[in-house]
Design a protein around this ligand. Structure first.
Ligand SMILES: C[S@@+](CC[C@H](N)C(=O)[O-])C[C@H]1O[C@@H](n2cnc3c(N)ncnc32)[C@H](O)[C@@H]1O
Length: 344
């Protein structure tokens, strides 16, 4: 397990490293806030390691640390054969950073009402705007920008939210050149928070405003780790020291809520829809001769049967509403009553 390639060494976050910062941190990053258990593998890619790596099994700390520390790797470090298998099974093709950048630029253009606020695209790269970002609309303050909610659907390793490295090439991206939606918010926090307390408050608010969901458990964990490491990079840059463990635990808790495992076609925990047995009463012509005839029959989940997202009998995933209600809500409610929860 020690023969790591250059690309793995550069971008792969070893689960052992997280566990060595603090053992609770990795546990927090494996949590599924909806089921209160852990996230599941939800991929057959690891089944050769044994029954505990079955796609329906939960990812446990001991399965990815110690001699198994190298088991989970980012897509760019996975073998070509595994990459191709994942394309076929789950359409896993990751977007290069320069494309994420151009799309994120469009999101910001809609918000600011002007183009190329954070950078100017330059072929398959970009030139970062050197000057402080200006907020010249009374309603569109820097605080409103930091709080504005952003969601990356089917987020994979979340390249639209965080750009520590290019997910397609594995190249590391320096902190000032990052183009993720969270990175942009952190730039604004850095430029507008003079005192440390304010910085801490607004950096956590930036974190609370970015969301992503994904089916495959390894990608969910990598996206969470990327967000944690990105936050740590900004903290170190600001304070020139390692973030204290109590802050990291708060950060990991927010991340475990905001990057969640979900079957996005159903808004439920993967594989949680199920068949149910029902008593079926059938009336026949001879009913008057007979006692009531009840038969047991097995029916599938009504949502899956009718392809109706609101009718699944699986476990609807919950997300946390940090700004309005300060409690968890089913994500499906955001679909139903989107406007009550603010724009995402
Ligand atoms: C094309 S990749 C995009 C990943 C990332 N957003 C990016 O742009 O690089 C699609 C992702 O969707 C995930 N996916 C496939 N089916 C899904 C489902 N039903 N629910 C949630 N995620 C799913 C795959 O695991 C994969 O990570």
């Amino acid at each position: 397990m020690n023969n790591r390639t250059e690309i793995e060494k550069r971008i792969d976050i070893l689960e052992d490293d997280i566990a060595s910062i603090n053992s609770t941190l990795l546990k927090l990053l494996l949590k599924d806030k909806t089921t209160r258990g852990n996230i599941m593998w939800c991929t057959k890619d690891y089944e050769s390691y044994g029954p505990l790596y079955d796609e329906h099994a939960q990812i446990q700390v001991e399965l990815i640390t110690g001699r198994y520390s190298n088991v989970i790797q980012p897509r760019a470090a996975k073998s070509k054969a595994v990459q191709e298998q994942r394309i076929k099974k789950r359409a896993e093709v990751f977007t290069p950073s320069w494309i994420c950048n151009e799309q994120n630029n469009q999101v910001d253009e809609a918000w600011f009402g002007r183009a190329n606020v954070f950078n100017t695209p330059n072929g398959t790269s970009w030139i970062t705007t050197p000057d402080k970002i200006i907020f010249d609309d009374i309603k569109k303050t820097w605080k409103a920008y930091v709080d504005a909610k952003r969601l990356e659907i089917t987020c994979g390793e979340a390249p639209y939210l965080i750009s520590r490295y290019d997910t397609t090439t594995g190249e590391l991206i320096p902190i000032y050149e990052r183009i993720g939606l969270f990175d942009r918010k952190m730039r604004i926090v850095n430029e507008n928070c003079d005192n440390d307390e304010e910085w801490q408050k607004w950096s956590l608010r930036a974190l609370k405003s970015v969301f992503g969901y994904e089916f495959q458990g390894d990608s969910v964990l990598i996206a969470r780790e990327n967000l944690l490491y990105d936050y740590m990079d900004y903290y170190r840059e600001r304070f020139k020291e390692e973030p204290p463990i109590d802050i990291l635990k708060r950060v990991a808790n927010i991340i475990a809520w905001n990057i969640w495992q979900m079957d996005g076609l159903k808004c439920v925990v993967p594989y949680s829809c199920h068949e149910v047995k029902v008593q079926d009463y059938k009336m026949t012509l001879f009913d008057f001769l007979d006692e009531d005839k009840e038969e047991e029959k097995v029916v599938s989940c009504p949502g899956c049967e009718k392809n109706d997202i609101f009718k699944h009998n699986g476990i609807y995933c919950r997300i946390y509403d940090w700004t309005n209600l300060n409690k968890s809500i089913p994500f499906i409610d955001v679909f139903k009553e989107g406007n009550n929860y603010g724009e995402i």
